[in-house]
Design a protein around this ligand. Structure first.
Ligand code: F3S
Length: 396
């Protein structure tokens, strides 16, 4: 393949994998059973489109299942810009090579879940910690290399694929209760910030988190940590006991209490009480449980006067279709909420005016909105965000 005997797509894929493997001191390539690809049209542009279309034209085909991350277009929209059409062409090129158009940074809600011990090549910073930590499958935080793995079925044997690199080297002790997507997002941001490039083991988690809570934690963790794994002691599959996690005695624990979480909340949110311009829920993509929950909240929420808040909930197409069949989408639309399918939420906001007051339940969205559109961030629970969206006011 590397010599080009099997065509240009495999040759370029092998060049990429062997270069990364050498840089990581990998001794060999190993098989993977699935891949997850980022094909963000905003970042890759027409050059990315041309590259993917050339792969198709020259016979490139995926040899293992390949799911696709959130893309740069809302696929419920009928009218598209040139940039959005470009993104659709990139998606079509991947589909021609065999990809599943899952279009989500939360593929787990579509049942795309590698099993314990499976070796895979997944890109997108938020999915890799979930794959390693919660599922016990093995992936590095891949980039374009996931595409090379989809074409060849191979990845360098290094990093998270080696047992010895998965153990913890930092102990955190949780001294407060957390529940719900926003609190797990806050906790994930704090744990990621404390961990930086270490592998943390968090002790003291009272209950097994829900999938939605794990997903929120993983996405937030990945924005501050370079590591692709974390452990919850007694809960996640490679941390049933302290001895599973550490080589030798456990390090001294760092305490996470209410004060530490409050400090993280203050780092996340820089806005105060007052009017809201935008509400954003669904970073990572909302699950069907979260969409149903939003309708429940709307039914009992206090309603003020009409307002012109731009209120978005982001999800993927499959979840959107299920919600549509259940009447959930029509209930959300009736409340003035725009529900998008398949797009990365950040793409919806990159042209917001500076100083836009944006309410969210996601620390990842908060960080992007601050840096991409200079937004003033209001951070709180899903319920608080929904009430603010319906009434146009964020209450302290
Ligand atoms: Fe997903 Fe985009 Fe947020 S990829 S996690 S919606 S930044």
């Amino acid at each position: 393949m590397l010599a080009g005997d099997k065509g240009w797509p495999l040759q370029i894929a092998m060049k990429m994998l062997t270069a990364v493997g050498r840089a990581q001191d990998a001794t060999e390539l190993m098989p993977v059973t699935s891949t997850h690809l980022v094909i963000d049209g905003t970042a890759l542009g027409t050059a990315g489109r041309d590259f993917l279309e050339r792969l198709v034209a020259e016979g490139g085909r995926f040899v293992v299942p390949a799911s696709i991350n959130a893309i740069a277009v809302d696929r419920t929209k009928l009218q598209r810009t040139e940039e959005e059409n470009n993104q659709i062409r990139m998606l079509e090129a991947c589909e021609k090579m065999g990809a599943l158009p899952s279009c989500s940074c939360n593929p787990f809600i579509q049942g795309i879940m590698p099993s314990f011990g499976e070796h895979v090549a997944w890109s997108e910073s938020a999915t890799a910690p979930y794959v390693n930590s919660v599922l016990g499958a093995r992936t590095n935080r891949e980039g374009a290399t996931a595409l090379a793995s989809a074409l060849t079925g191979l990845t360098p044997r290094c990093g998270m694929h080696l047992e010895e690199n998965r153990r913890g080297n930092m102990l955190l002790r949780l001294k407060t209760d957390v529940a719900g997507a926003s609190q797990f997002s806050l906790l994930g941001a704090l744990v990621g910030r404390l961990a930086a490039n270490k592998i943390p083991a968090l002790d003291g988690m009272a209950d097994t988190p829900t999938i939605d809570e794990y997903v929120s934690f993983s996405a937030a963790y990945a924005i501050h940590s370079t590591s692709a794994i974390y452990h919850f002691l007694g809960i996640t599959p490679e941390a049933k006991a302290l001895a599973d996690v550490f080589n030798g005695p456990a390090p001294k624990a760092i305490i996470i209490n209410d004060e530490a979480l409050d400090a993280e909340r203050r780092r996340t949110a820089n806005g105060k009480e007052g009017p809201v311009d935008v509400v954003s829920i669904g970073c990572p993509h909302a699950s069907i449980t979260q969409l149903r929950g939003a309708v429940e909240i709307i039914r009992s929420a206090p309603r003020g006067q009409d307002n012109d808040v731009k209120f978005y909930i982001h999800t993927n197409r499959l979840t959107y279709d299920i919600a549509e069949a259940e009447g959930v989408i029509s209930a959300l639309l009736a409340a003035g909420i725009t529900v998008t399918a398949d797009n990365c939420s950040v793409v919806s906001y990159d042209r917001l005016p500076k100083g836009t007051r944006l309410a969210t339940n996601s620390t990842k969205m908060a960080l992007f909105a601050k840096s991409v559109c200079n937004a003033e961030i209001l951070f709180g629970s899903t319920e608080k965000c929904i009430v603010a969206g319906l009434n146009g006011i964020w209450k302290g």
